[in-house]
Write a protein that binds this ligand. Structure first.
Ligand SMILES: NC(=O)c1ccc[n+]([C@@H]2O[C@H](COP(=O)([O-])OP(=O)(O)OC[C@H]3O[C@@H](n4cnc5c(N)ncnc54)[C@H](OP(=O)(O)O)[C@@H]3O)[C@@H](O)[C@H]2O)c1
Length: 279
């Protein structure tokens, strides 16, 4: 699918809007003249204006001008953002939320109560969980559609957009909070691990810049090994641990530090927090 004429808009022009919108523009998927962004501050709008996008403080203009509208504000600002939106026309396009913890049911109620929306199935609401590696074309996004609007054509729009900047999977909405805690927050956990791995190298005399490059590429390579070989990570680990060798000594040290338990706890804590934020 080519998006030659479609107009894409973002309510909220922060990190996630940039990860999606800016990357789509950089890759030439959407022309800047077909991208609209609203935000709270002049600084954010100036950033987008500089990229050639259309900008506005008026969220209604986004709905009035765009076929595909992303909701990309923090969860606590969603109600304010939608309640203060005044549109001129009936909206019959696709709404894609990236907001953590806010259900499709809540989104639909909010949108139908406040906007001049076309009735089902004339507009569609999708809930997604992207992550910031979209910036470098290596994101992974999951999405859910409400049962009423899961028509193939609108699903294709969501899949086509996200597949141009990473991987995309449809999931049951009940899994989205947990997935956010894994792949949405996961880059932050990985950055911590990359930094710590590099610190270990620096402690053993490796220059900082080289240590960082080595550590980051280890994560890129290990991730690709899991995805491309289809082997279980436990098997891949076994394949690099020779008996009595140095790597198994390193693995033992990690086990003593509780790295695996920490990661399991991290996903659980983030999932619980995102439920709190959405309610
Ligand atoms: N960051 C991630 O890794 C990640 C991953 C998955 C999902 N998400 C979700 O993505 C959403 C956005 O996160 P983010 O990191 O992009 O946040 P962010 O950088 O703080 O961006 C939020 C944007 O919303 C704008 N905004 C606030 N109130 C508004 C209003 N009433 N009308 C229009 N725009 C308004 C802000 O404008 P100003 O810039 O002018 O203040 C800002 O541009 C969140 O709901 C988060 O849960 C984020």
């Amino acid at each position: 699918m080519e998006f030659t004429e479609e107009k894409i808009g973002f309510i909220g022009g922060g990190n996630m809007a940039r990860a999606i919108g800016e990357t789509l523009m950089q890759k030439g998927i959407f022309k800047p003249k077909n991208v609209w962004v609203s935000a709270k501050t002049e600084k954010t709008l100036a950033y987008w204006k500089n990229l050639g996008a259309n900008t506005t403080f008026n969220n209604g203009e986004i709905f009035d001008n765009c076929d595909i509208v992303f909701l990309a504000v923090k969860p606590q600002y969603l109600e304010e953002a939608i309640m203060t939106t005044v549109t001129q026309f009936f909206f019959t396009g696709t709404v894609i939320s990236v907001i953590v913890g806010v259900t499709i049911e809540k989104l639909e109620k909010l949108l139908m109560n406040t906007l001049r929306l076309g009735s089902f199935p004339n507009f569609s609401v999708f809930r997604t969980m992207p992550n910031t590696p979209l910036f470098v074309g290596e994101g992974i996004t999951v999405y859910s559609a409400s049962k009423d609007n899961s028509c193939k054509e609108t699903k294709d729009i969501v899949e086509q957009i996200f597949s141009k900047i990473g991987m995309i999977e449809e999931v049951d909405e009940s899994l989205i909070d947990s997935i956010g805690a894994l792949s949405g927050s996961g880059p932050a956990y990985a950055y911590q691990m990359i930094e710590a791995l590099a610190d270990g190298g620096v402690k053993k005399g490796i220059p900082r810049a080289l240590a960082m490059k080595l550590a980051a590429q280890v994560f890129v390579g290990a991730g690709k090994m899991v995805l491309e070989t289809g082997k279980h990570p436990g098997q891949l680990k076994d394949e690099v641990c020779s008996p009595g060798g140095s790597t198994i000594a390193g693995i033992h040290a990690m086990e003593l530090g509780g790295v695996r338990a920490s990661l399991i706890n991290a996903v659980e804590a983030a999932a619980n927090r995102s439920k709190e934020l959405g309610s």
